[in-house]
Ligand binder design. Structure first.
Ligand code: HEC
Ligand code: HEC
Length: 256
């Protein structure tokens, strides 16, 4: 249930990729839901590259090569069991992978809409800037990210994000499960689905208001290392999926 909350709202905006067809999977497609929360922050299938390559080509790979590539993703998602690697591999190879992922997104969006307040751009801005504290006690996004000209430069400028990530992917990425440095910063202090939804509304709204759109803050590797040290290398390296506060913990659990 938390898994689908993580996965988040589509709120009237279609995800990139093909249009939804008759989904052929069972109503509770756990692996598709897990993919949406753990992988879709970095990959589309046919919607262009994000942090990782578009996986459209990979869906045509021989199973053995694909499985190897998926197994390597534990560096991004945290540890995966062999069964999880198999399940993600088979999902990507399934002829109906796109409609299944589309359905998983839609189901998650519905759950969120039922349980959360509607997204507020204003609240999102306050959370982003740090004027309103995150409930988990983690650092504000602006400590490391710029949107429309203000904020830190350790992480990439997020102004452009709405152009390349749909809502679901954004919320998944925002919850910090995907990026090692953010995982360290938010370990044990995960932002809530509600906060992620507000933040996504803010970032989406900021697109187009930016004066220096397209400029990307330089990723400062030295500073990044310093910060990792600050938040604790141990936190970064420790497997997180068993800590209840980690967004994908329940995902992993659900499939065991
Ligand atoms: C933090 C971002 C990130 C996350 C999360 C992530 N990946 Fe990746 N993925 C990448 C990057 C970057 C590459 C490029 C090759 C590399 O780094 O190994 C990649 C490569 C791949 C490839 C090979 C594609 C190619 O064309 O080379 C597959 C398949 C893949 N990922 C599947 C997955 C699956 C399945 C998940 C979820 C369990 C996942 N990824 C989660 C970033 C990510
Ligand atoms: C401690 C610094 C830090 C904080 C705080 C932080 N981030 Fe990040 N974030 C990073 C870094 C560094 C990267 C780049 C990781 C990479 O390239 O692998 C990143 C990547 C991202 C990405 C992927 C960007 C892309 O172009 O693919 C998103 C989205 C994101 N962060 C959103 C957020 C949000 C929303 C918050 C606040 C809840 C936040 N971050 C807080 C450091 C941070």
């Amino acid at each position: 249930m938390f898994t689908s909350a993580l996965v988040a709202l589509a709120m009237g905006q279609a995800a990139p990729g093909p249009s939804v067809q008759e989904p052929s999977q069972a109503p509770d497609d756990a692996v598709a839901g897990a993919y949406v929360s753990r992988c879709s922050g970095c990959h589309t299938i046919g919607g262009g590259p994000l942090k990782g390559p578009d996986l459209a080509a990979s869906t045509q790979w021989p199973r053995a090569s694909l499985r190897l590539a998926v197994a390597k993703m534990d560096k991004n998602t945290g540890p995966m069991t062999d069964a999880e690697v198999d399940a993600f591999t088979d999902l990507l190879l399934a002829p109906d992978v796109r409609p299944r992922l589309e359905a998983a997104r839609a189901a998650a969006a519905k759950n969120l809409q039922a349980s959360l307040e509607p997204p507020s751009e204003a609240t999102g801005e306050e959370l982003f800037s740090g004027r309103l504290g995150l409930s988990g006690g983690g650092p504000s996004c602006a400590a490391c990210h710029r949107v429309a000209g203000s904020g830190g430069a350790l992480g990439p400028d997020l102004t452009h994000l709405a152009g390349k990530m749909d809502e679901v992917a954004m919320v998944s990425a925002f919850q910090g499960a995907n990026f090692p440095i953010m995982r360290a910063a938010y370990a044990g202090r995960a932002i809530t689905p509600q906060e992620a939804v507000h933040l996504a509304a803010y970032v989406r709204g900021a697109k187009g208001k930016d004066s220096d759109r397209g400029s990307h803050a330089v990723f400062a590797a030295g500073a990044a290392l310093g910060l990792v040290g600050f938040f604790g290398l141990a936190a970064l390296l420790r497997p997180h999926r068993r800590t209840g506060a980690t967004p994908y913990a329940s995902t992993a659990g659900a499939r065991r």
